[in-house]
Design a protein around this ligand. Structure first.
Ligand SMILES: Cc1cc2nc3c(=O)[nH]c(=O)nc-3n(C[C@H](O)[C@H](O)[C@H](O)COP(=O)(O)OP(=O)(O)OC[C@H]3O[C@@H](n4cnc5c(N)ncnc54)[C@H](O)[C@@H]3O)c2cc1C
Length: 318
């Protein structure tokens, strides 16, 4: 039975794993996912605090109804208020966005808090290096689903370069989670900025479908603001974005936080995707992620499915 390691348990990695788990030559027992995060999901991220939960990565999945049924794992519900000009409706996972990733990872060998630090050819197999001891290190196939700068660093340990991966550029994003000390006035559940606004998106977490807890907001800075403040300390970023958000929402200047935290996504959104859904870097070594087709849930799912098809076909032809 061929053994496959998937590096990265974000949407792409989990999508590949779910597809291959149903492949006759694989099955879930042949797969092992490694992720440096504490939970699967990657940018499909949520933080649960005593001051309420925050979706500080993906806000909504834009999927057609059939795709939402296939991928929803019983967690998705419609968020009609967030429907934009997009052709697809908006979906939100309950009780947080990250629970979708947790549902997808059920029944898979998904090892979190493990960073893959090295990669080397070993006969016909690939040997992985880790930041902590693992019982498995040798795999017949390896799929990288991590952002391209991290993939290139890992490939470098095996002496592999790749021009398509090197050409990819990402926009960063600063996101702030804020529970204010004063009641919030009734507002829409989200607000989207225009091109020149420092804030790109504001969401009232407590008003999203299926959410409970105190009034609270997730604030996403624009790409330009995030780039300008990329290396500033998180506390300073939180204070600045809260002050801008208070002004946008017409809140008094003393709307101090009882909870505030800023998260920096260094690789948030791909500027120009590669344009190929998944590809082989070397024999038995593959790449797929949202860098392939575009930075959104639907495209990451597609990249993962394409990687599964590519790996499955190579096994069938072997
Ligand atoms: C703030 C923000 C808001 C967004 N909002 C939306 C939205 O509303 N709708 C939408 O459709 N899309 C949204 N996106 C985009 C969406 O999140 C991404 O396109 C998608 O999640 C990418 O999934 P992925 O699996 O390709 O990559 P990732 O989610 O980045 O997964 C890669 C995984 O690899 C792991 N990893 C990296 N290096 C290593 C290593 N060496 N060893 C082990 N593990 C490693 C990481 O921990 C991570 O879990 C948003 C993104 C951000 C940042």
């Amino acid at each position: 039975m061929p053994r496959l390691a998937i590096i990265g348990a974000g949407i792409t990695g989990l999508s590949t794993a779910r597809s291959l788990a149903a492949h006759p030559a694989f099955g879930a027992a042949s797969l092992c996912l490694f992720d440096k995060g504490r939970r699967p999901g990657g940018r499909l991220a949520s933080r649960e605090t005593e001051f309420g939960s925050f979706d500080h990565g993906v806000q909504r999945a834009l999927l057609g109804e059939p795709a939402a049924q296939i991928h929803g794992a019983g967690t998705l519900r419609a968020w009609p208020a967030a429907d934009s000009l997009s052709e697809s409706p908006s979906w939100i996972a309950e009780p947080t966005m990250n629970r979708l990733a947790q549902a997808w990872s059920q029944g898979l060998d998904c090892r979190c808090s493990v960073t893959v630090t090295g990669l080397a050819r070993d006969g016909h197999q690939w040997r992985l290096g880790f930041d902590r001891e693992q019982d498995d290190a040798l795999f017949d196939q390896v799929l990288l689903t991590i952002p391209t700068p991290q993939a290139l660093a890992l490939l470098g340990t095996a002496g592999i370069e790749n021009a398509a991966l090197s050409a990819v550029r990402y926009q960063p994003n600063w996101t702030v989670m804020w529970t204010p000390s004063i009641p919030l006035p009734p507002t829409a559940d989200h607000w989207a900025g225009t091109a020149n606004d420092p804030i790109a998106w504001l969401a009232r977490e407590d008003l999203k479908p299926g959410r409970v807890g105190p009034p609270r907001l997730t604030i996403q800075a624009s790409a330009a603001w995030s780039i300008e403040h990329l290396e500033r300390p998180a506390d300073e970023v939180a204070a600045r974005l809260i002050s801008i958000a208070a002004e946008v929402l017409g809140l008094p200047a003393d709307a101090r936080p009882i909870y505030a935290s800023a998260h920096r996504w260094r690789y948030a959104f791909v500027e120009q995707p590669i344009g190929v859904a998944a590809f082989e870097l070397a024999p038995g070594l593959y790449y797929a992620s949202d860098a392939c087709l575009g930075s959104n849930v639907a495209q990451a799912l597609s990249a993962g499915e394409a990687a599964a098809a590519l790996i499955g076909a190579n096994i069938d032809n072997a």
